[in-house]
Design a protein around this ligand. Structure first.
Ligand SMILES: Nc1nc2c(ncn2[C@@H]2O[C@H](COP(=O)(O)OP(=O)(O)OP(=O)(O)O)[C@@H](O)[C@H]2O)c(=O)[nH]1
Ligand SMILES: [Mg+2]
Length: 479
């Protein structure tokens, strides 16, 4: 039995030792497992930390990237802004350059325009200068021609003047008496008519009485002297006869001659055409009185005196008036200025005066129409002509003559009064005194119109115009 207990006891201790080793081994295993766990946990933790770190790193990288991107964006924006700015500057520069170019171009355009204007002005100036030179040249030419003409005309005039002077001398020496005779011959009708009867009136009676004066009155009135003038003449005659103490009726005839001569206007009977330069004679009167004929006679007289004469055909109204005047111009040796029939008489007058000036005329004579419908018309026409003449006349003389037909008696006188009212007349021409026995009209004109008679017409011939001298006229109509 001990040996069995001891054998048992030894087996138990071995079992305990085994348990103990096993427990020890378990414990170590457990500790190792714990350690593994702890290591695992640490690993996990470390892994978590690494992950965390990685995350952080990623975030940082991301942030960094974003920052970079932002920065890049900013840089890009900045770049774009700069580019824009540069573009703006460039554009501004271009705009400025364009503006400068425009200004430059504008300036150049202006300069060109100024240059053009200047050139145009210079061209015009040149043109004007040329024109002026041309005008001056023409003027000189004209002056030269005028001077030549003038010299020629002067020479011609001088020759004619001398011729006329000689003719005049001859006439004065031998024909003075003849001239009176001729006037007497021309006025034979008047002299032998009424004035002749007067002589018998006085010679056929023995006393001077009222009857004689009454008979004289009748005769004078019949001779167209007119009532007023007759009464004046007879009144004056009575006074003069008494004053002179005349008793013999035969002697009364001579007193009557003196008295009647006293009633004729003796002043200013000469036609003034001798001033140096262009003297103008306007001839007016009703139709048929002898205006054109008188103009022809006057022109012939002046040409004969060595004057340069230009006649204006101012009667554009009557059909053959221009031709008639042309004939007279031919016959007298005067120049004629005419327009067409029916044209404006004012224009004819103007052209005649112009031609007269250009041709150095000494006398310009203007014919006018006798047929004017009424007083108003007549006045307007004459006024127009008058204005034109007055503009031209200057220092020379302007004679406005009214022609009266000596055969128309008191009727002619009343027509003359109308003219005398509408225009300023310087005197009269009494025509056709060769054809009337009533030469008394001459006295009526002097009395009624108070202006001198300058010429009398005593026939249709070119020489049948006489300067009116009261004494000569009286001598010619009295026996
Ligand atoms: N016997 C005579 N006849 C004259 C005289 N003067 C003119 N005559 C004539 O009278 C007529 C008319 O003369 P004109 O000179 O044509 O008269 P006018 O005034 O010009 O006439 P109009 O142009 O129609 O207004 C003509 O036949 C002339 O010959 C004169 O002194 N004696
Ligand atoms: Mg006429």
């Amino acid at each position: 039995m001990f040996k069995k207990l001891f054998g048992f006891g030894k087996k138990k201790a071995e079992a305990d030792e085994k348990i103990k080793v096993e427990s020890e081994e378990l414990k170590i295993k457990e500790q190792e497992e714990l350690k593994v766990k702890e290591l695992d946990a640490l690993k996990i933790e470390e892994e978590a930390e690494r992950v965390e770190l990685e995350k952080q790193e990623e975030l940082r990288v991301k942030e960094e990237k974003e920052r970079k991107e932002l920065e890049e964006l900013r840089i890009k924006e900045e770049k774009e802004r700069k580019e824009l700015e540069e573009l703006r500057i460039k554009e501004e520069k271009e705009r400025k350059e364009l503006e400068e170019l425009r200004i430059k171009e504008e300036k150049e355009r202006k300069e060109l325009e100024e240059l053009r204007i200047k050139e145009e002005e210079e061209r015009k100036e040149l043109e004007a200068l040329k024109k002026k030179e041309e005008e001056e040249r023409k003027e000189l030419e004209k002056l030269k021609i005028e001077e030549e003409n003038r010299t020629a005309i002067e020479a011609e005039k001088e020759a004619k003047r001398k011729e006329f002077e000689e003719l005049k001398k001859k006439e004065e020496a031998s024909k003075k008496k003849g001239f009176f005779k001729s006037l007497k011959e021309k006025l034979v009708k008047t002299r032998e008519g009424l004035f002749g009867k007067m002589k018998t009136l006085f010679s056929g009676r023995s006393v001077i009485d009222d009857e004689m004066y009454e008979e004289l009155e009748d005769l004078l009135i019949q001779s167209d002297i007119g009532m007023d003038m007759t009464l004046k003449i007879v009144g004056e005659l009575e006074k003069e006869v008494k004053k002179r103490g005349i008793k013999d009726p035969n002697l009364v005839y001579d007193v009557l001659k003196d008295v009647m001569e006293g009633f004729l206007i003796a002043e200013g009977t000469e036609l003034e055409v001798n001033k140096p330069g262009m003297n103008i004679v306007l001839v007016v009167g009703v139709n048929g009185v002898g205006k054109t004929t008188t103009i022809g006679k006057l022109a012939a007289k002046f040409v004969k005196e060595g004057k340069k004469v230009v006649i204006g055909a101012g009667d554009t109204f009557r059909a053959a008036a221009i031709e008639q005047l042309e004939e007279w111009a031919d016959r007298s040796g005067a120049d004629i200025i005419k327009h067409e029939q029916g044209s404006d008489p004012g224009a004819v007058v103007f052209d005649t005066l112009k031609a007269g000036k250009n041709r150095n005329a000494d006398v310009v004579i203007i014919d006018t129409a006798g047929r004017l419908h009424n007083k108003n018309n007549l006045m307007k026409e004459l006024e127009k002509i008058n204005i034109i003449i007055k503009k031209h006349v200057g220092d020379t003389s302007y004679e406005s003559l009214l022609v009266i037909d000596g055969t128309t008696g008191q009727n002619g006188l009343s027509q003359a009064k109308v003219f005398n009212e509408v225009t300023q007349l310087s005197g009269f021409v009494v025509t056709k005194l060769d054809g009337t026995a009533k030469g008394g009209i001459v006295f009526a004109i002097s009395e009624e119109l108070k202006k001198p008679i300058k010429f009398i017409g005593v026939g249709e011939g070119i020489e049948d115009l006489r300067e009116f001298k009261s004494k000569e006229y009286i001598d010619a109509i009295f026996e």
